[in-house]
Design a protein around this ligand. Structure first.
Ligand SMILES: Cc1cc2nc3c(=O)[nH]c(=O)nc-3n(C[C@H](O)[C@H](O)[C@H](O)COP(=O)(O)O)c2cc1C
Length: 315
């Protein structure tokens, strides 16, 4: 998820039981301007925008076998160029064909691809031919169910390893119920694994959507953002506890403070209110040091920094 699907939330999701985690969608134009750097200080592999020092994608060996790098693209060659930078550090690459946002559509990316089967074919076969890792893609429902099934079959023929289906159409709002029955039609028509997505908010919903659709795998988005312990078979933990764990992981992996703030804001908006003092303080925070003070984690913040200096020398 954009802004939120960075390393701390992915690792936390895995701690709670997620088998596979997706990075936020990264646009190929941006990614091809990055260089790969091994960050020995943190124990991560960073993809850093040349000239700006901004970390566009951070991963670590711990998630190497389960992280899916999601790309936004409208062009096979550019997508391949971007994928070639990162494929050795990830488990799979996914092409986002479901994003309805105007920046995606106007760039011919995301849901704009749904009406361009030739471009889809070009992108997926190019990635598939040239990479030694699984290639997948994520779509939304088309106007009619037969249209969705036809497109899904064309996608299957490109040789992708799995297809994620978000059970909403492009104009649908997040509050509109996801159409699990239309995902079921795609599952019935394909032989490759279909990943069902939409309206999974509790651990029990995972089984419900599997039974309703016949899908082998399930993708959770907002449910994970609001309480990432949704993946735990023991039931959800209190969100305040999960939030604290998330803050600690953000500190540990030196997450971009903007990403940490976005994620905390989403949690607070869902469980509480941004207008209350906590929400206002998160909005005002400018650094992870501010966030650690806000959540009473200064000692942990200091400990992490001192330990890094001890292990790596004072850089
Ligand atoms: C804040 C936010 C960011 C998202 N970013 C992405 C993204 O980067 N890539 C993507 O494929 N979908 C993205 N989505 C869509 C979700 O992956 C998912 O398809 C949608 O929210 C439906 O699933 P849900 O009902 O479990 O939330 C995002 C959704 C939200 C709420």
């Amino acid at each position: 998820m954009a802004w939120q699907g960075t390393l701390p939330l992915r690792l936390l999701a895995a701690d709670y039981g997620a088998d596979i985690t997706y990075g936020e969608e990264i646009i190929d134009h941006k990614f091809i301007k990055c260089e790969r750097r091994v960050n020995e200080y943190l124990g991560t592999t960073d993809f850093v925008e040349k000239g700006s020092e901004s970390v566009v994608f951070r991963t670590c060996p711990e998630e190497r076998n389960r992280v899916v790098f999601q790309i936004g693209t409208s062009d096979a060659i550019r997508a391949l160029k971007a994928a070639q930078l990162v494929w050795k550090d990830i488990a799979a690459i996914d092409v986002n064909m479901g994003c309805p946002k105007s920046f995606s559509i106007s760039g011919g990316m995301g849901a704009a691809l749904l009406s361009k089967p030739e471009t889809i074919h070009d992108i997926l076969t190019t990635l598939k031919r040239n990479l030694d890792i699984p290639v997948t893609c994520k779509i939304r429902l088309l106007k009619t169910c037969p249209d969705t099934v036809e497109l899904a079959k064309r996608i299957e023929k490109t040789g992708v390893s799995a297809l994620a289906v978000h059970g909403r159409r492009v104009p649908d709002r997040p509050r509109d119920p996801a159409k699990w029955n239309e995902i079921a039609d795609v599952v019935a028509a394909l032989s490759i694994p279909v990943i069902a997505n939409g309206d999974v908010f509790d651990y029990e919903d995972i089984q419900r959507i599997k039974e309703a659709t016949g899908a082998t795998s399930v993708m959770v988005a907002r449910g994970a953002l609001w309480n990432v312990s949704v993946f735990s078979s023991h039931g959800k933990l209190p969100w305040e506890d999960v939030k604290r764990e998330y803050v600690r992981k953000s500190i540990l992996w030196d997450n971009d403070v903007k990403s940490t703030k976005h994620t905390l804001k989403e949690m607070i908006m869902h469980h509480s209110c941004l207008e209350l003092p906590e929400g206002k303080a998160v909005i005002k925070s400018e650094s992870l040091a501010d966030i650690s003070r806000l959540y009473g984690e200064e000692e942990y913040f200091q400990f992490v920094h001192k330990t890094r200096i001890l292990l790596n020398g004072n850089r």
